[in-house]
Design a binder for this molecule. Structure first.
Ligand code: PAF
Length: 291
C-alpha cells in the first residue's frame, strides 16, 4: 500500500490510475480501524479497481467539549490492517495540509436540512465540519464512488443530499452496520466503554430493536415507544440523548402512515456517546405477511 501525506502526490497517483482507465473507490475514515471499516474497504474493492482510504481526525467536526484530543489514533495498526486486505492507497494528511488557511478562515459547506436534528442538536456544528471535510476530500481524491457506514445514518443522508445539491460526480454507497455478537454496533468509540458497562452496552440496540418489533406488530404510538425505549436505556444505567422514529428519507419525525421508517438513537456511557439505528421497510413487511 502506498501512503501519501500530501495532496499533490495523491492527486498524481490517482490521475495516473484514472488515465489507465481505473475506477477509483474511496473510504474516508478517522482511523482506529476495526472490522466495520475493513468491510467498507472490501466493499469498495468489489466495486472499483483502485481503493483509497483516508485517515484524518477532523477537528472541524468536533465541538469544543468533545473528544478530539482523546480520539484513538492507531496509525501503525491501521496501516497493518489496510495492507493485510490489499488496500491500494492511504491518504493521511497533517491538519495544515487540509486547512492551510486555518479552520476559522475555512470556506464551509452547509447542508441546511437534516443537520440540526438528532445528533446535530446535541453536536452543533458537527455536520458542517463533516460536509466541509468530505467536500475537500472529494475534491482531492476525485473518486468515482465513496462508501460510508450506515451506522452514521444521519451523516450518510446529509452527504447524499450535499452530493445531490452540489452536483458532485460521486456515487455514494452505504455499507452495512457491523455488529459485535451481542448486537453492539462496532465503533471506534467502543474502546471508551468501561469493562463494567460493556455487558450492558448493547442496550441501545436492544431498545431500538424493541421499537421495531412493536411497530411491526402495529403499534403506532411513536412518542410512547420513544419514551419507553429511553426508560429502558436509563434502567440499564446509561443516559439517553435521543431515541427517534423518523422518516427514512427526510429524518423528520415519522408520520403514522410512513412505510419507510428508521429508528435512531444515541446514548451516553461514562466516557462515550454511542449511536445506532435500524431501518424498517413496512411496505415489504406487509407484502411478506400478505404473501
Ligand atoms: O465517519 C467518519 O469517520 C467521519 O465523519 C468522516 C466521514 C471520515 C469525515 O471526517
Amino acid at each position: 500500500m502506498d501512503v501519501f501525506h500530501h495532496i499533490k502526490s495523491i492527486r498524481l497517483a490517482i490521475s495516473e490510475a484514472k488515465a489507465a482507465g481505473k475506477k477509483v473507490g474511496f473510504v474516508p475514515t478517522m482511523g482506529n480501524l476495526h472490522d466495520a471499516h475493513l468491510a467498507l474497504v472490501e466493499q469498495a474493492q468489489q466495486l472499483s479497481d483502485v481503493v483509497v482510504v483516508s485517515i484524518f481526525v477532523n477537528r472541524l467536526q468536533f465541538g469544543l467539549n468533545e473528544d478530539w484530543d482523546r480520539y484513538p489514533r492507531t496509525m501503525e495498526q491501521d496501516i497493518v490492517k489496510l495492507t493485510s486486505i490489499g488496500c491500494d492507497y492511504l491518504f493521511h494528511p497533517e491538519e495544515v495540509e487540509v486547512y492551510p488557511n486555518g479552520m476559522d478562515e475555512q470556506t464551509r459547506v452547509i447542508v441546511p436540512s437534516m443537520t440540526n436534528v438528532l445528533c446535530g442538536s446535541s453536536r452543533p456544528g458537527h455536520f458542517e465540519g463533516v460536509t466541509t471535510v468530505v467536500s475537500k476530500l472529494f475534491n482531492i481524491v476525485q473518486p468515482d464512488l465513496a462508501i460510508f457506514g450506515n451506522k452514521d445514518y444521519q451523516q450518510l443522508a446529509i452527504i447524499r443530499r450535499m452530493v445531490e445539491d452540489l452536483c458532485m460526480p460521486v456515487e455514494i454507497i452505504a455499507g452495512d452496520i457491523v455488529r459485535e455478537k451481542d448486537g453492539l454496533a462496532m465503533s471506534s468509540r467502543n474502546s471508551f466503554i468501561t469493562e463494567q458497562e460493556r455487558p450492558r452496552a448493547n442496550q441501545l440496540h436492544r431498545s431500538l430493536s424493541w421499537i421495531c418489533d412493536q411497530v411491526k406488530e402495529g403499534n403506532r404510538d411513536f412518542l410512547k415507544l420513544e419514551g419507553e425505549a429511553k426508560s429502558q436505556i436509563e434502567k440499564a444505567g446509561f443516559r439517553p440523548d435521543y431515541v427517534t422514529i423518523s422518516n427514512s428519507k427526510t429524518l423528520e419525525p415519522a408520520a403514522h402512515d410512513d412505510l419507510e421508517i428508521t429508528v435512531l438513537g444515541a446514548m451516553y456511557t461514562q466516557n462515550a456517546r454511542l449511536i445506532d439505528n435500524l431501518s424498517l421497510d413496512l411496505y415489504t413487511e406487509e407484502k411478506a405477511v400478505r404473501g
